[in-house]
Ligand binder design. Structure first.
Ligand code: FES
Ligand code: FES
Length: 127
């Protein structure tokens, strides 16, 4: 299957790969899996004192579209509030990366990962 140029760019030069230290108290972690294919995505956000996401990391064990989707959203969440991050829709990810229908679930994985990371942060910080 042919990947779009933007998918290839993120796939070959993924942004923000890695993870934050567990000792960092300002982190929210989202770990999600795609039932359709078994791929797994871990996404972390670091939130500053003003409630702004200042950095993000991801590790994705999955297809090129899933890696590109997670790489893209780590860029998109930076500078956003938690509530703004929750507004990121998989349809916007799929559109930006020109994902074909069979790969839409890869972008849903990225949306789910953000939501899980924000929820984890809020759970830990009682907000
Ligand atoms: Fe195997 Fe996504 S279906 S990598
Ligand atoms: Fe399953 Fe991309 S996440 S094929």
């Amino acid at each position: 299957m042919a990947y779009s140029e933007k998918v290839l760019d993120h796939y070959e030069n993924p942004r923000n790969v890695g993870s934050f230290s567990k000792d960092d108290g300002n982190i929210g972690t989202g770990m999600v899996g795609a039932p359709a294919c078994g791929d797994v995505m871990k996404l972390q956000i670091r939130v500053n004192d003003s409630g702004i996401i200042e950095d993000a990391r991801f590790k994705t064990y999955g297809c090129g579209s899933a890696i590109a989707s997670s790489s893209l959203v780590t860029e998109w969440v930076k500078g956003k509030t938690l509530d703004q991050a929750l507004e990121i829709k998989n349809s916007a990810i799929a559109e930006e990366l020109a994902l074909p229908p069979v790969k839409i679930h890869c972008s849903i994985l990225a949306e789910d990962a953000i939501k899980a990371a924000v929820k984890d942060y809020k759970d830990k910080h009682g907000s």
